[in-house]
Design a protein around this ligand. Sequence first.
Ligand SMILES: Cc1ncc(C[n+]2csc(CCOP(=O)(O)O)c2C)c(N)n1
Ligand SMILES: [Mg+2]
Length: 270
Amino acid sequence: MAGIVVVFDFDKTIINCDSDNWVIDELGFTDLFNQLLPTMPWNSVMDMMMKEIHAHGKTIADIVEVLKRTPVHPRIVPAVKSAHALGCELRIVSDANMFFIETILEHLGLKEYFCEITSNPGFVNEQGRLRIFPYHDFTKSSHGCGLKLCPPNMCKGVIMERIQASLEGKKKMIYLGDGNGDYCPTLRLGKSDYMMPRKNFPVWDLICRNPMLIEAEIHEWSDGEDLERVLLQLINNMISVDAQFISVDCKLQTFSASNHSLPKPLPVPQ
Ligand SMILES: Cc1ncc(C[n+]2csc(CCOP(=O)(O)O)c2C)c(N)n1
Ligand SMILES: [Mg+2]
């Protein structure tokens, strides 16, 4: 392994739209969605929308068909595969939902490249209706992050802390994202980590407002082609810098090993 963990946001990073809006708009339920949005939290609206969509006779197959048509830049799939081939550990942290993400990734042939996907639960119930629940049940307690930018159902910063604590040894992170929710995890990155914000998107604006708050090195990108180029260049640089250290380390070890094998000095005659 390259000792590099790449954490991807999903909506407007891996795919080129917000999956929730894509499904609602494509199935023709935009007006109802907009009516409900001011009345309840986003996840509850999505769950309610899935109930309505089901009641109007739309099936899971209809939703899957829409998800398979989600706009994705043609360089995203090769970028993910290359990062994996270079030995990186790949993860997704997303405020979309597990059902949309897994369906899209399976369709793209990318699911097996990710070791973990963290998102809001989404599953088909016994009536064939999609249920969507918040990742963090905010009716019981808050996720505890004070940052106003994190929605009540998910703080990606708290998730990042959990991922960082689970990593064995010295691993460097690359985080890619676009939204307000990607700012909190950006604040948790250290000096040897990298942040790749999507240029002119909310997280990029937040970083630009006060770059001194971020310890990680910032590398912006604007589309899938850019993402591929910037990400692979970063990974390759990190690997070659590491290789130089290993080579220096080997030389030092050879040197100290040869010192050990030197003949013992003869005892000084009395
Ligand atoms: C106050 C408030 N407004 C909107 C939303 C919903 N929301 C915003 S961006 C997004 C896509 C995230 O996917 P990804 O993390 O993959 O970019 C979603 C579902 C919310 N949770 N709270
Ligand atoms: Mg996003």
